[in-house]
Design a protein around this ligand. Structure first.
Ligand code: NAG
Ligand code: NAG
Ligand code: NAG
Length: 605
């Protein structure tokens, strides 16, 4: 080889060495800064180093001459960026998540006094009236992690900044909004649907969702103050937030005061990004839905799942999810904030989420339909479901909607995909990813298809869907029980099957944009594996656990561990009692918020 040619070949290599060296220093300072920025919950710098050997590689030792391993970069947006000179990031993600989870369990309040003190520490105010009754429920029913209800706080905090009389008026005005129903206590103190606003003929269909919610609240109705709670009967949220309005309200909360509705700032009609801060990635670069963002170059993984659900920091979500795609660049935001509840919500809507009782299952029965992890024979990643998520027609951008993308991406046979080597120990550099032919990888490791027939489509598009996607028979629970690895994705709204999947002995991968009621009491990488909506980490994560097409590089002991922990979580943290505990506490908070005298509705010890 001639010298100039060699130089030319080496140039990019030398450059990347330089880049790697630069990055080598960066992560530590970033972690330090991040530690200061965050609320102290994620103290990465103090976490112990990982153990030296794994079950798969019991004799692994770092070669004596090897340079120290590079550090991965934990970004404020919830993703960790892989340093190829560091070990495979999943080792660290699991160890960290396990330690944080243990610490959370450890520090949980054990008495009412401790819980009150912790409440005041977190939220700088007294708990709501009835908190002691709620605490009795929690202790009687063995509800775990009683301090971890930040989701309720996040959902309600901005409403604290609005004059209570205005908030009450807004709620009343919206009780008659089409497609809503209102529950509360009637004059005999019984919880029921108090009013509804549905088009003629739609009552039976739209009221269904109220039944189990009413049933659930009735179990604690004697302890609940009067309230009127308006809910949307649809799958998704509908109240887009205006960033300026929300900031003004949160500013008022900080100053321990509130604004009246007339003094709220004017909204900015920018579509979805109305909800985003002016300096957020979603606002800095114009979003062009006809031009999907390029696939990410760096290998990233989720370490904080809820943070990655925020489309203001992850504008690619506008391109990859039916929740957003179905309204193109988005509706106008609300002029005020409207206290309307919904079955799920996103970080840019201000609908208040309820714990949805619909997906609850006691267990997978008969248990023989769900063999032990090691007895499951199929090691491909499984998914079956309908092509919901958005309507499919010649004028809608359904190709990139989350379910369509899942099926097309995992069945794609053209070109190559780069995957991190799963067979490196935690003491080795993970190194450059390998380029693998999709035609070899996807059929070997994926069993993902739509079930049944195309729906949510115009007549001509239905035909097209049938041609381009695999549609297979729906699977029974028993058939699903054969798979070690299952992925869960959103549908028209939140995924109703997560509870069921978590109750199996399979390991669950989950991709979603809806933070749910259990978000503070579950740990990704301990109970399930979080996957980005663009699926850019899917093959890497799957290979890490199950190995490559031949199973080489598998970490099955970790898969088994997560599968077992997931099922245990489902049976301990997502019981009827856990749903009720959340709804109980949420209702106490909401009743105080909607009262002219919020102080009188606070708990005094
Ligand atoms: C909901 O309340 C807001 C604020 O009061 C009001 O502007 C809006 O018209 C109401 N919506 C409906 C459909 O009644
Ligand atoms: C309250 O609701 C219960 C259950 O639906 C009903 O039996 C009762 O008559 C209602 N009371 C009033 C005053 O409407
Ligand atoms: C890991 O897998 C790659 C590709 O199959 C192979 O070339 C390499 O030798 C393996 N490394 C180890 C440490 O087994």
């Amino acid at each position: 080889m001639s010298l100039p040619r060699l130089r030319k070949l080496l140039k990019p290599f030398l450059f990347s060495v330089l880049v790697v060296m630069l990055f080598f220093e960066l992560p530590t300072s970033f972690v330090r800064r991040f530690r200061q920025d965050s609320d102290g919950a994620l103290d990465f710098a103090t976490l112990a180093p990982p153990p030296a050997a794994t079950a798969e590689h019991p004799k692994a030792r770092p070669p004596r001459t090897q340079a120290p391993l590079g550090k991965h970069r934990y970004r404020a947006d919830g993703l960790v960026e892989t340093n190829l000179d560091g070990p495979h990031p999943i080792y660290e993600l699991i160890s960290r998540a396990e330690q944080e989870w243990e610490a959370k369990l450890e520090r949980a309040s054990k008495t009412l006094d401790e819980a009150v003190a912790e409440y005041k520490r977190r939220y700088s105010r007294k708990p709501p009236k009835g908190f002691d009754l709620w605490w009795s429920y929690v202790t009687e029913h063995n509800v775990q992690l009683p301090d971890e209800y930040d989701q309720i706080h996040n959902d309600l905090e901005a409403f604290w900044g609005l004059e209570p009389a205005d908030l009450i008026a807004i709620q009343q005005e919206n009780e008659s909004k089409k497609d809503s129903y209102t529950i509360g206590k009637n004059d005999s103190g019984v919880i029921e649907v108090l009013t509804y606003a549905f088009d003629d003929g739609r009552y039976d269909q739209l009221i269904v969702g109220s039944r189990k919610i009413v049933e659930m609240l009735r179990q604690v109705e004697d302890y609940l103050p009067p309230f009127r709670m308006t809910l949307s009967p649809h799958d998704g949220p509908n109240r887009l937030t205006d960033h300026g309005v929300k900031e003004a309200l949160l500013g008022a909360v900080e100053g321990r005061t509130y604004l009246d509705r007339a003094s709220l700032p004017k909204i900015r009609t920018l579509g979805w990004v109305s909800a985003c801060p002016p300096d957020s990635p979603a606002r800095l670069k114009k979003i062009n839905l006809d031009n999907p963002p390029p696939r990410p170059l760096k290998k990233t993984f989720i370490y904080d799942h809820v943070r990655t659900m925020d489309p203001c920091n992850h504008p690619d979500l506008f391109h990859h999810h039916g929740q957003f795609l179905s309204h193109n660049s988005g509706p106008s935001p609300q002029h005020v904030i409207v206290p309307e509840f919904s079955y799920c919500s996103t970080t840019i809507h201000h609908n208040i989420r309820v714990p949805v009782p619909y997906s609850w299952v006691e267990d997978i029965l008969p248990r023989s339909d769900d063999p032990e992890f090691d007895d499951k024979i199929d090691e491909r990643l499984m998914w079956r479901g309908s092509n919901t998520g958005m309507f499919h027609s010649s004028t809608s951008r359904w190709e990139h909607s989350h379910r369509d993308f899942l099926v097309s991406y995992t069945n794609d046979l053209e070109g190559t995909i780069s995957v991190l080597e799963p067979n490196k120990t935690r003491m080795e550099k993970v190194g450059e990813p390998r380029e693998l032919r999709k035609a070899r990888v996807n059929p070997a490791v994926m069993d993902i298809a739509f079930g049944g027939k195309p729906l949510a489509c115009s007549a001509s598009t239905c035909g097209l869907l049938k041609e381009i996607y695999p549609f297979r028979e729906r699977q029974s629970i028993r058939e699903a029980g054969n798979y070690k690895y299952i992925i869960d994705v959103d549908g028209n709204g939140w995924s109703g099957r997560f509870k069921r999947l978590m109750t199996t002995n399979s390991m669950v991968f989950k991709s979603t944009i809806y933070p749910e009621w259990y978000a503070d009491r579950v740990a990704p990488w301990v109970h399930y594996v979080p996957i980005q909506v663009d699926l850019s980490d899917l093959h890497d994560a799957l290979f890490f656990f199950r190995g490559d097409g031949n199973g080489d590089g598998a970490h099955e002991h970790l898969s088994r561990k997560i599968a077992v922990a997931g099922r245990k979580w489902s049976k301990t943290f997502w019981r009827q009692e856990d749903l009720i505990s959340y709804f109980f506490r949420l209702t106490l908070e909401y009743a105080r918020l909607m009262n002219l005298d919020r102080e009188a509705m606070s708990y005094s010890d």
